[in-house]
Design a protein around this ligand. Structure first.
Ligand SMILES: Cc1cc2nc3c(=O)[nH]c(=O)nc-3n(C[C@H](O)[C@H](O)[C@H](O)COP(=O)(O)OP(=O)(O)OC[C@H]3O[C@@H](n4cnc5c(N)ncnc54)[C@H](O)[C@@H]3O)c2cc1C
Length: 388
């Protein structure tokens, strides 16, 4: 199927099925005894029946599309927070599936990747810790020490998205505290129910504590067999970096989709709301808000698609291009959503509008997978290295 017609099908599915159900999904609670809330399960079954499933999966890993073919679909999915999971294309499952496909053993792929791709389980990626800066993972404290022919892991993580109810958790731990800075950590794949792995709580984010939940997780003397290593000992940063590049671009693409949805809502509201005998759309300030939003969306789109192309082609400036997009797209998204909120008045900040969920997502996108400042450093360093 041509990627362009897939875009139309994904868009139609989102408009007809996902958007009408998104408030119910947003208010659904995460729970250990459910993989997905019922409202989301229905959407997933329908999307799968239409063949709109695992669209993120790269051709190299048995998927149908290339990253640049997936990009417009991912933009569409950004229009609703309930959309990515409807198509089995939600983080952190996407990144976890990619590293399991690229670096997992045959046994790990059979035990975790297959059920992930079939949608029978969810997964979590557990790296950030409360006591040390996530922006400098070389300071991580969670330790894995040798224990006979395996390992014992102890530590505390937080913001492990989706840990509650996940069938598998990939955890990063220090295995060689005195080793070279970027070879100190190792990844372990832990199945749900591993003794000592405890989900302590789900942490509300900007007041939202629903599905999928961003969890505090305690690891207390967790036994991990050698077969649970993902990649080699000391390879955690290298493997995570592979995962993060694509993950960052997915955030950017969804940010563009979120901005598109906000602009759609802004325009619809401006056309129908009347103030002092004139439609809002007739006010200069609203026209300016619409035009500025369109300019910012198109700028973010060009930068992000350039970064997708750079990553796909293995261009030497790919990391710089990704950092530029990661700074630009979530910021553009946040500004467009903010304008849409302003035009909506009180409705814009209420639970009756999709804008509040979009605003929450846009704001957190400036922190996750590298805060803006971290990406600015990457861009600045690249500029400073230039000749002349
Ligand atoms: C909704 C959500 C979901 C998340 N999901 C996951 C997950 O699934 N798994 C996981 O492991 N983590 C997850 N995280 C954590 C996320 O990756 C971290 O929040 C992020 O890496 C930043 O780390 P930190 O919060 O410790 O902030 P810190 O590292 O303490 O940084 C705080 C601030 O310091 C500033 N700063 C940082 N570095 C620099 C610099 N070089 N120069 C100047 N200023 C700087 C920035 O303003 C930054 O925001 C999630 C976070 C959120 C909000």
């Amino acid at each position: 199927m041509a990627a362009s017609s897939l875009v139309e099908r994904v868009r139609e599915f989102i408009d007809a099925r996902v958007i009408p159900a998104e408030a119910e999904v947003d208010h659904a609670a995460g729970a250990a005894d459910q993989v997905y809330p019922p409202a989301l399960l229905e959407l997933r079954e329908a999307a799968r029946a239409e063949g709109l499933w695992n669209l993120f999966l790269d051709r190299r890993h048995g998927g149908a599309l290339t990253p640049s073919e997936y990009a417009p679909l991912c933009i569409e999915m950004g229009r609703s927070l309930a959309a990515p999971a409807s198509f089995n294309c939600a983080a952190p499952d996407t990144g976890n599936a990619e590293i399991l496909a690229a670096r997992g053993s045959d046994a790990q792929r059979a035990e975790f990747l297959e059920p992930l791709l079939e949608g029978r389980i969810r997964s979590a990626f557990s790296m950030t810790e409360p006591e040390v800066a996530g922006s400098d993972p070389t300071t991580m404290r969670t330790r894995a020490v040798r224990d006979g022919d395996g390992w014992r892991i102890s530590g505390r993580k937080w913001f492990t998205t989706g840990a509650e109810g996940a069938g598998v958790v990939i955890v990063m731990a220090v295995t060689d505290p005195d080793g070279p800075r970027h070879q100190r950590c190792t990844l372990f794949v832990l199945p749900a129910g591993t003794p000592g792995l405890e989900v302590v709580r789900s942490i509300p984010v900007l007041g939202h504590d629903g599905f999928p939940g961003h969890c505090e997780v305690r690891y207390e003397d967790v036994r991990a067999e050698e077969s649970m290593l993902l990649g080699g000992v000391g390879e955690a940063f290298a493997v995570a970096q592979e995962r993060l590049r694509g993950g960052r671009l997915h955030h950017c693409l969804r940010a563009i989709g979120g901005a598109e949805r906000a602009l759609e809502l802004l325009v619809a509201r401006a056309r129908e709301r009347e103030i002092r005998g004139r439609k809002l759309a007739e006010y200069d300030s609203v026209g300016e808000a619409i035009a500025t939003s369109r300019v910012e969306i198109e700028g973010a789109r060009l930068l992000t698609l350039d970064a997708v192309a750079a990553l796909e082609a293995g261009r030497p400036d790919a990391d710089r291009a990704i950092s530029i997009a990661k700074i630009a797209a979530p910021r553009a998204g946040g500004r467009v959503i903010d304008r849409a909120i302003q035009v909506h008045g009180a409705l814009g900040v209420s639970g009756d509008s999709a804008l509040t969920a979009l605003a929450r997502e846009a704001r957190t996108q400036r922190l996750v997978d590298g805060a803006d400042e971290v990406h600015r450093q990457v861009v600045a360093k690249a500029e400073l290295r230039r000749d002349g």
